[in-house]
Design a protein around this ligand. Sequence first.
Ligand SMILES: *Cc1c(COP(=O)(O)O)cnc(C)c1O
Length: 400
Amino acid sequence: MLSWEQSPSMALMPRERAWVEVNLSAIAHNVQQICRLLSNQTALMAVVKADAYGHGATTVAQTALQAGATWLGVATIPEGIELREAGIHAPVLVLGANHTPEQIRAIAHWKLQPTLCTPRQALIFAEVLAERPQSDPLPVHLKLDTGMSRLGTAWQEAAAFAQLVQRLPHLKLASVYSHLATAEDPDQTIARQQQQRFETAIAQIRACGIHPPCLHLANSGGTLSDPTFHYDLVRVGLAIYGLYPAAHLGATAKLKTALQVKARVTQVKTIAAGTGVSYGHRFVADREMCLAVVAIGYADGVPRNLSNSMEVLVRGQRVAQIGAVTMDQIMLDVSTVPDLQEGEVVTLLGQDGNQSISADDWAATLGTISWEILCGFKHRLPRIAIGQALSDSVSRRYEG
Ligand SMILES: *Cc1c(COP(=O)(O)O)cnc(C)c1O
């Protein structure tokens, strides 16, 4: 058998111990599938916060824009700056709250668009932006709290908030938005109540003669569950990465997961019955066993709570991970895999042959959500883009 240095397919892979593979064709496919659910009046914002949920913000942003998204959403100013430094000119909404003069100057300098959550925040923005009176007014997005109890002004106070922003110099009202707390719940009672409150707030804003040019409410759950949540813009994260917010939303669009996590076998050995494996000997072999050491661990984002309760794909077979997950390495029972070689690649998340393991599987074992799994992979794992690369014409387009 060829070692990985010699094998032609392995030669296409970087010689990393472990990595995250990001399929850009899947991202493009998911964006197109989501766009298909939207009317011509609704735009798509690709939410690329947290390094595009671990997929790599710039490559995902470029791919999503090419495939039909027209907005980008980030949580923080540095995340927005990263997109600008990559030459991306699409509108970028900063979803988090920012108040300090340094933050406000950075937002204006990098042409990011801020979320305003309170009247006080609007006043600070107007004051800091008065330093540059010659510039165009800054587009701002008003956040209403309709039931999430996170950021935003209480929906009952929306009209006064909008009037204040309308009056302030240097600010231009770009949108009014809110965020759903239970969009993926099959029981839509709470989401409907939030929607009612949102619409009441918008009606009150309009009654003051203010007509927000854009309204938005839906995350992935809202986007997949009901077109009445769509308004002028949908803010989609999870679904772009190919995961469903809940199983019952799987029928709406055919999504493909974009992320795979792979690592190399670094040693293969036989252990005798009765041998303990890894820290604490939380696994003891009940028979002679062939064991593989794989170069990935919790410092890469493999949750230690998966110890002894995860499977890994090896040559298209599911094998058990055994013993405690350590910082840099895990062990597998590969007794069913003949003649496994050092350097072979195993798949922790993703597909191999007709087997696959998803972030939803890990989330179910851990009692968490797929969002947290995706965001958990550390930067020690290089992100390797596979699938469709951007054409020259497209990359030029975003270089302005
Ligand atoms: C993260 C976020 C989203 C995207 O949520 P998904 O469930 O991943 O689609 C949308 N809107 C806001 C305000 C967010 O913070």
